[in-house]
Ligand binder design. Structure first.
Ligand code: COA
Length: 211
């Protein structure tokens, strides 16, 4: 997979992570602990030391193996956070999942929705994937806004699905398949064509997640 070119829309761009991003990413992670912790994937086997250099090396190896696409998100050329396409399945599934975070100082500038749209378009057109999924904790209002803006379709409640912040957490799953967005995710959003209500969560699922 050669995805070495960066993609931009206004001041927002995504590009593959590089080894030399380790320092700025690690600085963001350290100075944004309280901001990120409630939403951060953790290991069910106990805490693992945070070493961004090792983390980036692992992500790039997974990329070479065809299992993922590790992007950084930039705003005006500054690294704002990470967007990771992971769990790429080929063949009759042809699906992947996106995870993301931005440092608090970059929040609220549409960096994530623009980046998710561009990354999904890359995956649908260049990697020929068919489906992109995003899973979000019910409490994560900011992240729920991202899928709402882009019209990712609500698919359901997954019980105790991902180990986050030290425990197995319920998640709402959202997805798009390629034929839902022939014009591309970014163009559909930029031209105001996102169908209303696609990401709406049925009250019963909301109540079940709270219960
Ligand atoms: C979720 C997250 C990635 C959204 O990124 P973003 O680039 O700020 O996305 P947007 O600009 O579209 O903002 C989304 C919502 O965040 C909220 N928001 C905006 N600025 C904010 C700020 N400074 N602080 C807190 N929330 C803010 C708003 O509700 C906004 O919706 P709006 O645009 O309708 O007002 C980001 O909040 C984040 O990194 N949070 C911590 C990690 C995380 O939750 N990761 C996702 C796990 S599924």
């Amino acid at each position: 997979m050669d995805l070495s070119a960066s993609r931009s829309h206004g001041p927002v761009s995504i590009r593959l992570v590089r080894n030399r991003d380790a320092r700025v990413l690690q600085d963001h992670l350290i100075s944004n602990r309280a901001w990120l912790r409630p939403w951060e994937a953790t290991s069910p086997d106990g805490a693992v030391p945070l070493d961004m250099k090792v983390g980036i090396r692992r992500l790039l190896q997974q990329h070479r193996d065809g299992a993922g696409v590790p992007f950084v998100m930039e705003y005006d050329g500054q690294v704002a956070g990470q967007l990771n396409v992971w769990g790429i399945a080929r063949g009759s599934l042809s699906s992947a999942t996106i995870g993301y975070w931005v440092a608090r100082e970059f929040a609220g500038r549409d960096i994530t929705p623009i980046s998710v749209a561009m990354a999904t378009d890359v995956c649908f057109t260049e990697l020929r994937l068919h489906r992109m999924e995003i899973c979000i904790r019910p409490e994560n209002r900011a992240s729920l806004r991202v899928v709402e803006k882009l019209g990712f379709r609500y698919e359901g409640l997954r019980r105790r699905y991902i180990h986050i912040d030290g425990d197995w957490r319920d998640h709402f799953a959202f997805a798009l398949v390629r034929e839902e967005v022939p014009e591309g995710v970014l163009d559909r959003w930029a031209s105001g064509q996102v169908p209303r209500g696609a990401a709406d969560i049925p009250p019963a699922d909301r109540a079940a997640a709270e219960g």
